[in-house]
Design a protein around this ligand. Sequence first.
Ligand SMILES: Nc1nc2c(ncn2[C@@H]2O[C@H](COP(=O)(O)OP(=O)(O)OP(=O)(O)O)[C@@H](O)[C@H]2O)c(=O)[nH]1
Ligand SMILES: [Zn+2]
Length: 420
Amino acid sequence: MSDSGNRTSHIRLTSHPGAGAPIRYPIKWGAADPLERGPVIGTVSRAGDRNTIGSHGGSYSLYRALAVSSGALNPIQRPDLTNTSPVVGVGPFPQWGTPGKIVSLDPFGHMVASLYGDLIAEGVDIRPTIAITKARLTVMELQQAIRDQRLKVDGDIVREGGEISVVKAAVDPVWYLPGIAERFGVSDEKLRRTLFEQTAGMYPELVTRPDLDVFLPPIGGITLYIFGDPSAIADPKRRLTCRVHDECNGSDVFGSDICTCRPYLIHGIEECVKEAQAGGAGLVVYNRKEGRALGEVTKFLVYNARKRQEGGDTAAKYFERTECVAGVQDARFQQLMPDVLHWLGITRIDRFVSMSDMKYDAITGSGIEIGERVPIPADLIPIDAMVEMEAKKAAGYFTPEAPPAVEDLLSTKGRPIEEY
Ligand SMILES: Nc1nc2c(ncn2[C@@H]2O[C@H](COP(=O)(O)OP(=O)(O)OP(=O)(O)O)[C@@H](O)[C@H]2O)c(=O)[nH]1
Ligand SMILES: [Zn+2]
């Protein structure tokens, strides 16, 4: 092969692949016809085929680099996609071809092997950015829900052993930069320049190649868990329960009691299962945006600052402490979150398991109807997480009761650091 990428000894600057040569495989973002839209190509082994900034795998591209540098991975290796196709079809939906509806993922990302099979056979390095498979979940709290007769075994969604059958999908981010800029109300040029500067110049094409509109950012993706018949999700005549959840590893996996994340997530799953058993569908969207997209180091620093501050860990100072450490209270900016719902063809969520006004506003603002909002049941809130709960209600999170008064915010206190 003449174009053997990393094996050549000279450094190839991605920003100058062919000094102004036209893009061989242009992307027409938002086109409904996948052939007109064209494949997203983030290959690093055939520079002339590239039509994106960045490379595949999100943050894992750096592990790929380690594997290549240590000789464990051949840099021109192509994935063998035999038998990897989605276990259920998703789309196409009208949203995929509606300009501006989807700007942070590739709606054709799960179908590339069949859509662009000829190009792949010719040696073009086109990779799926979405994979759809099946799983059975064994969740301790839900096993207990079966014993408590809140959930019933039906042999299909909830199996005899108490496992829950799901379809799950992993989605890597693919950013259409003009669309992202529009969502955030900034110019394309300003967005590109800020991305370039804040990654310390990691992707020079952001500023040198305005003709490349698509960026594969090195950030975490999304996992979807679908309960019941997947085709019910996009059908407005069938009910849909949905929880949109942002990663909180400490609680979700390890059961830390400082927040409501795991209990609310599991409650969401339980509600999804019930909806599926009643003939509708359930959906959990799990976003890799740890610590409100500020990261776990920031979050743990905030915990210390909260627990050691004068007057104790009060709901009154909850958001302020994050802002002191990170400069902002929240970096999730829910503007991009509804994209994955549009990818699934959703037009209505009957039961939305979240109290977040930011998630609610983003979803309804993007044209999806929400019926009922389902708060976390009071008996699922750990005592130490009352600080978070009261602070959120005071900040505008949905609550069926009146938001807490100032005295309540001062008197709702978490455990001091000495008591762990
Ligand atoms: N920076 C920071 N992040 C926190 C803190 N407490 C919780 N988090 C993060 O906040 C996020 C909570 O996300 P979700 O569980 O989706 O909850 P939410 O957006 O507040 O709203 P709900 O849908 O009502 O639960 C997770 O990413 C947590 O890691 C904190 O004190 N500081
Ligand atoms: Zn949490």
